[in-house]
Design a protein around this ligand. Structure first.
Ligand SMILES: C[S@@+](CC[C@H](N)C(=O)[O-])C[C@H]1O[C@@H](n2cnc3c(N)ncnc32)[C@H](O)[C@@H]1O
Length: 233
């Protein structure tokens, strides 16, 4: 199955069922600004990278459940998940948002500003690892973040995990996105679309790593492209 077709059928592999879920429970509750950023992103050649709105809905629920205030986002792209987080956390909440590429963030930025939540975002144009390392250099940051969303270069997720556990509060949550990698984790390697091949093994390794990590409680959910929710114990 080609990667872009997966946007329509999701992991359910069933167009009608996935559209039913979206149309019944997700789109009616999706904020207008999020609809706007999603529509804007849909014309981007890499639109497939945007966070699925059903994943966003779960994220927002978790952010509210833990009353998240201080968060980290790795992998911003045009800003769907970033805007969702900014709309969900309280007025004095803060997001450290990291991406290698500021130009994609700037596509969604006018909508973020229009939504009145730009002041909650500290965007850092950089590879994520040095930013996490720098945050950890300051002991005052240890154990202070409520939430992290990781949606970037899958082969670095294990390293991100080690750093993020130092930054998260006990009870804090980190979500790793795309942990079922378009269903390729169970496909024979020679039937995986070439564009999906490079991250397939890193995702499979991450899944084993998280499952064996006694420092966290986990739940891998087949929402969007698969999300693993980890709660720091
Ligand atoms: C799947 S997209 C993120 C989608 C975003 N969460 C959304 O809701 O639209 C992945 C992003 O990760 C960024 N990225 C890739 N490698 C990175 C790295 N090492 N450090 C920081 N960002 C990275 C890419 O530039 C890209 O914008």
């Amino acid at each position: 199955m080609e990667a872009d077709i997966l946007m329509d059928v999701g992991l359910l592999r069933n167009y009608d069922l996935y559209q039913y879920l979206l149309e019944t429970s997700v789109y009616p509750r999706e904020a207008d600004y999020l609809k706007e950023i999603r529509a804007l992103t849909s014309t981007h050649p890499m639109a497939v990278m945007g966070t699925n709105p059903d994943s966003g809905q779960l994220m927002a629920l978790l952010l509210k459940l833990i009353n998240a205030k201080r968060t980290i986002e790795i992998g911003v792209f045009t800003g769907y998940s970033l805007l969702l987080t900014a709309l969900t956390i309280p007025e004095d909440g803060k997001i450290t948002a990291i991406d290698l590429d500021r130009s994609s963030y700037e596509i969604g930025l006018p909508i973020i500003k229009k939504a009145g939540v730009g002041h909650k975002i500290d965007f850092i144009e950089s590879a994520a690892l040095p930013v996490l390392e720098k945050l950890l250099e300051d002991h005052d940051n240890h154990g202070t973040f409520d939430f992290a969303f990781v949606d970037a270069d899958k082969h670095n997720y294990v390293e991100y995990h080690e750093k993020l556990l130092g930054l998260l509060k006990p009870g804090g949550i980190v979500i790793y996105d795309n942990t079922l990698w378009a269903g390729t984790v169970t496909m024979p390697e020679d039937s995986v679309p070439p564009v999906l091949l490079p991250f397939r093994k890193p995702v499979m390794e991450l899944n084993k790593y998280l499952a064996a990590d006694a420092r966290i409680q986990i739940c891998q959910v087949p929402v969007g492209d698969g999300m693993t929710i980890c709660r720091r114990l």
